[in-house]
Write a protein that binds this ligand. Sequence first.
Ligand code: GRF
Length: 218
Amino acid sequence: MSAPASPEPLRVAVFASGRGSNLQALHQAARRGELPVHIIGVFSDKAGSGAIAYAKTHGLTHSALDPKNFLDRDAFDAALMQAAAAVHPQLIVCAGFMRIISEAGIQHAPCPMINIHPSLLPKYPGLRTHARALEAGDAEHGASVHRVEPVLDGGRILSQAKIAVLPDDSVDALAERVLRIEHPLLIATVRAIAEGRIAMNEAADTRVSWLNHRLELE
Ligand code: GRF
């Protein structure tokens, strides 16, 4: 008797503007067979980004749209969503996508979108999160994965991971330690979505506190 067929991998598109370490973490986890996901496209606003370089090196479908070639934000976002829709994603992961997506853009997304943000939301939406945590004298800092909704870094929080702020932390040292927990947090969250443990419909309240317990230990 043959083994039951495993379910189809979740079709994931990644939006990224920067070095692409979260993209890489997702892709490598999928390649190791630890994440039932197929990365079907990488989309960027920066042709020279590390994320696009990684996609090229690893033969991933990719596309970089230059915002300068569009009349306004809505036109850019419409083109971005059209490009993403063409690969038929079931989930869009914003992993260091450094542009605000307009409300119209979010509404035209072909599937649910999530974002990884380097703070314990609702603390510190926006930029300079590590510096702000240090300036505030916070004892803890971390990262959050949330749904993308038309409020900057304000969509429903799906998962969080915390680390302790150390007495002599610098912005760079803190950012480096947060990045190290971002990767397992994002992988675990996308896995939970792919396996149906986090529902992406509006009705469900599916914040996964178990992740905290697993990742808080650092
Ligand atoms: C990460 O810190 C992520 O939380 C933030 O941007 C950074 C992207 O890093 N949104 P990378 O490009 O994935 O290395």
